[in-house]
Design a protein around this ligand. Structure first.
Ligand code: NDP
Length: 464
């Protein structure tokens, strides 16, 4: 180990890489970290954080509408996109500085450079041509948007990366995809007053989520005025003489819009990393193949986060990094725990979910009791906003354990974080029933659902 420049070299300064570098530095390890762009990775620079700031910005249009029901008169309202972008950029710069400082104060040597593996212990820093060696190497290079290069006119489209830096707010946009990013951005742009269309190849948005959440969200988005087109894809995109775009859809419709955004999944950043030179195996998608401990087929090289084909979520990448350090440096082999990972979709209304969908639970547990409620949250009553909230608990009938909890409505993301705790602890429905309500809240519904709404037997819903 002493013969190498570093005990650990991390490639990639995103959520997983920074956490691994910082903690290894705090353990007294000699750590180097290379980042080619900005410290913080997708989450901080062009993902979760700026997205959430955009979500807040986009919610004001409804807040202004609702204000009248509470007696407020809001005068002329005006939204200024450059102000939002400038304030967002300032906050991202602040966070980036904190990430960098966290590494520096823990003695990590930062290389502002793209890095490439030369062999299983050697890394070349492209900015300087310098080569350094490390005993252990962690690949944490993340992923990037699928550019859909097969689509004629794909170069005229933006991805989520571009959406954070548009010079002006478009008047109209079509977003392709039905996953987290497409759905979140459709709601952001709609909330900011953009004429928004969502184009999805499947039957219903948000594949993989509980069916009731999918139905509720899709119906609510349509009711708000977002056009949702299913069972179609783009045929081609062309630039018009007036600078706008012609989007040709697969069933023949032609739409004229200011922007087209592709949110069609993300690819692992493995190209040009020197994985072949180091003998590191990748899969068909190009993701780094790892074992249960995040170790690649080369035993001193590890990978965490979106560059591997696991859950593409920031907290998961961070958890994987911490487990990797336990295994590699503390003689405490630790597998990341993927059971009951809660997640939120910052759509409007927001989704929060923990545990199994009804379909997954039926397959895994057989007989279920399902407790479901749909109601108008109190906040919506005075403004006469029709939008409803839905909550659903899925209970394994045999053990009474709550195996799934799904919420759509205001605060659902915050609720999902808290629901993940009793679900992780395998609490039963009786624990929920024995918990005193917090009144008046929306979340109190979760502990006052005394009678099942329906049962599930062999995958079929039957009356309770
Ligand atoms: P997702 O995997 O969530 O969704 C991709 C969407 O693109 C799917 O609807 C998919 O359709 C569709 N699609 C893929 N390829 C094509 C194609 N060739 N033609 C037409 N449609 C296509 O990816 P996202 O890009 O939305 O997000 C990437 C990841 O980032 C997510 O998996 C998530 O883990 C993470 N993320 C998390 C967030 C959060 O926690 N709130 C927010 C944003 C991102 P189909 O369903 O038919 O496969």
């Amino acid at each position: 180990m002493a013969g190498h420049d570093y005990d650990l070299f991390v490639i990639g300064g995103g959520s997983g890489g920074v956490r691994a570098g910082r903690l290894a530095g705090a353990m007294g390890k000699r750590v180097g970290l290379a980042e080619e762009y900005r410290m913080g990775g997708t989450c901080v620079i062009r993902g979760c954080v700026p997205k959430k700031l955009f979500v807040y910005a986009s919610q004001f249009s409804e807040h202004f509408e609702d204000a009248a029901g509470y007696g407020w008169h809001v005068g002329d309202i005006h939204f200024d996109w450059p102000t939002l972008i400038a304030n967002k950029d300032r906050e991202i710069e602040r966070l980036e500085g904190l990430y960098r400082k966290g590494l520096e104060t823990n003695g990590v040597t930062i290389h502002d450079s793209r890095a490439r593996l030369i062999d299983r212990h050697t890394i070349e820093l492209e900015a300087t041509g310098q080569q350094v060696t490390a005993d252990q190497i962690l690949i944490a290079t993340g992923g990037s948007p699928n550019l859909h290069t097969d689509l004629p006119g794909h170069e005229l489209c933006i991805t989520s990366n571009g959406a954070f830096h548009l010079h002006s707010l478009p008047k109209s946009i079509i977003i392709a995809g039905g996953g987290y990013i497409a759905v979140e951005f459709a709601n952001i742009f709609h909330g900011l007053g953009v004429d928004t269309t969502l184009l999805y190849r499947g039957q219903k948005i948000l594949g993989g989520f509980d069916e009731d959440l999918r139905d509720h969200l899709q119906d609510t988005m349509i009711a708000k005025g977002i056009r949702v087109i299913c069972h179609q894809v783009f045929d081609r995109i062309e630039r018009r003489d007036d600078g706008r775009l012609n989007a040709f859809l697969s069933k023949g419709e032609q739409m004229v819009v200011d922007q087209v955004m592709l949110a069609l999944g993300r690819h692992p950043n493995t190209h040009g990393l020197g994985l072949d030179a180091a003998g590191v195996e990748t899969d068909r998608r190009g993701s780094v193949v790892v074992d249960d401990y995040s170790r690649t087929n080369v035993d001193n090289i590890w990978a965490v986060g979106d560059v591997t084909n696991r859950m593409q979520l920031t907290p998961v990448a961070i958890h994987e990094a911490m487990c990797m350090l336990e295994t590699a440096f503390k003689d405490n082999p630790t597998k990341p725990d993927y059971d009951t990972v809660a997640t939120a979709v910052f759509s409007q209304p927001e989704i929060g979910t923990a545990g199994l969908t009804e379909a997954e639970a039926a397959e895994r547990h057989g007989d279920l009791e399902v407790y479901k409620t749909t109601f108008r949250p109190m906040h919506n009553v005075l403004p006469d906003r029709k939008e409803k909230m839905m909550m659903k608990l899925i209970v394994d009938a045999a053990s009474r354990i709550v195996v799934g909890a799904h919420v759509i409505g205001p605060g659902a993301g915050e609720m999902a974080q808290l629901l993940a705790i009793p679900l992780k602890a395998r609490c039963t429905k009786d624990h929920f029933d024995a918990t005193m309500a917090v009144h008046p809240t929306a979340a109190e519904e979760l502990v006052t659902l005394y009678k099942p709404t329906y049962l599930v037997r062999q995958g079929e819903r039957i009356a309770a």
